[in-house]
Design a protein around this ligand. Structure first.
Ligand SMILES: *Cc1c(COP(=O)(O)O)cnc(C)c1O
Length: 405
């Protein structure tokens, strides 16, 4: 399929290019010593991860440890209530550890093992990436250092406990505002000193090349499974696929299965409390081009051009940029990006729980809210929503802040 000059038959061969660019977005804007480390990972990725031994081992892990393939569920009661459109969800909430993040963490940690590394390093904000990586590290017997701001450590006690039980070393970062940004800096700093023995594991399709490509490719299992399952269930392709976008890994995972098909793709960003800077994290809608955390993309900036403060009810979505591939697909028009606010999201959270017996992660509830909106606009057809994770982690906060709806 050709779309605005891009040939999607050969898309994955050509995007990103050898320097890690998707059009003008992406690249590897890092210090000299880290350039070498990134090149080492890139080379290892192409030689190791494309080998049949690696692919075979990862496939076995996906089946026997992660519980893949995850199913697609037809939302019968919700579809009937809404009218003529059939809604389906891809159940990443049933992936081991309760979200899609383990898909790339298992890939990254397996690569670390093949490269002979002894340790994985990462930062975490809400703790979801830290838990997934700690799970992978325990599975492979790797050491695991997770950098986390003091403020987040206090806020996310259950995830801190999970990481510690899984044997990870949670390192408190006290500098500055002591949240995600400082944790990223501390983790990168540690990595630049330890890269001989350790590998840095990014939590989304973000960061310098090769991470946006690598994480996309590890997440593509979601899209490959979903396309085959959906055609098997219905005999046709869905009319639309919807996913929430924080950094954009669950969205790239499911979209990659449908990029070369006549299927509408929707990436949903959090509008939070509203359109003012600081009240949302809708970087693709309101942001401009810029470089942060080692890559060029579309980002939200403050008056000094630095990453702006962001907000969303879903802490997994409150990042001031999105992966470079999303910026590319946004400009190209292949994926449509839209927003859903906190209030619509909380409604969808309860609606899915009440109508279908599935409590979604509050991140995923953004995609559910948009899927419901689409179903009301479309006269006929089908919508497939990526349910990126389960909502156990969000229940206490939602009830405390919003009550039972
Ligand atoms: C982290 C997280 C997200 C956001 O990350 P992406 O890289 O944008 O997918 C979405 N849903 C859940 C459940 C998460 O844990």
């Amino acid at each position: 399929m050709n779309f605005n000059g891009v040939n999607f038959d050969t898309y994955f061969k050509n995007y990103p290019n050898s320097e890690g660019f998707f059009g003008k977005y992406g690249g590897a804007y890092v210090a000299e010593n880290l350039k070498k480390a990134m090149e080492e990972i890139t080379e290892a990725y192409f030689t190791i991860c494309k080998s049949s031994k690696f692919i075979g081992e990862l496939r076995k892990i996906r089946r026997e440890f992660q519980g893949r393939p995850t199913p697609i569920s037809y939302l019968e009661r919700l579809s009937t209530k809404l009218g003529n459109v059939q809604l389906y969800v891809k159940r990443e909430d049933l992936n081991h550890s309760g979200a899609h993040k383990l898909n790339h963490c298992m890939g990254e940690a397996l690569l670390a093992k093949y490269m002979g590394k002894k340790k994985v390093i990462a930062e975490t904000g809400a703790g979801q990436h830290g838990v997934a990586l700690a799970t992978a590290a325990a599975y492979f017997g790797l050491k695991c250092d997770i950098y986390m701001g003091s403020v987040d450590i206090k806020k996310q006690a259950p995830n801190v406990a999970r990481m510690k039980i899984l044997g990870a070393n949670v390192i408190e970062v006290k500098e500055g505002l002591a949240t995600l940004k400082e944790a990223v800096d501390a983790a990168f700093d540690a990595y630049s000193k330890e890269y001989e023995d350790a590998i840095y594991c990014i939590g989304s399709v973000l960061g310098p090349h090769p991470f946006p490509m690598m994480v996309r490719d590890f997440q593509s299992v979601v899209g490959i499974e979903a396309r085959e399952q959906f055609v098997g269930m219905t005999g046709e392709l869905p009319d639309a696929v919807v996913a929430c976008v924080g950094g954009g890994s669950n969205a790239m995972g499911i979209f990659s299965g449908f990029l070369n098909d006549p299927v509408e793709l929707y990436g949903i960003e959090p509008l939070g409390r509203g359109e003012q800077l600081g009240d949302h994290a809708a970087s693709l809608k309101y942001g401009t081009e810029g470089i942060m955390h080692g890559f060029n993309s579309i980002m939200l900036k403050d008056e000094n051009g630095d990453p702006a403060p962001v907000y969303s009810v879903a802490s997994g979505l409150d990042y001031p940029s999105s992966g470079p591939e999303h910026a590319f697909l946004h400009d190209l028009g292949r994926v449509k990006y839209d927003v859903v606010n906190d209030d619509e999201t909380v409604d969808a959270f309860f609606e899915l729980a009440r109508m279908e017996g599935i409590i979604p992660a509050i991140e995923s509830a953004h995609a559910v809210a948009y899927g419901i909106k689409l179903a009301k606009q479309m006269r006929t057809g089908s919508v497939l929503i990526n349910l990126s994770g389960r909502g156990d982690k969000d229940m206490d906060y939602i009830i405390e802040k919003y009550g039972i709806r």
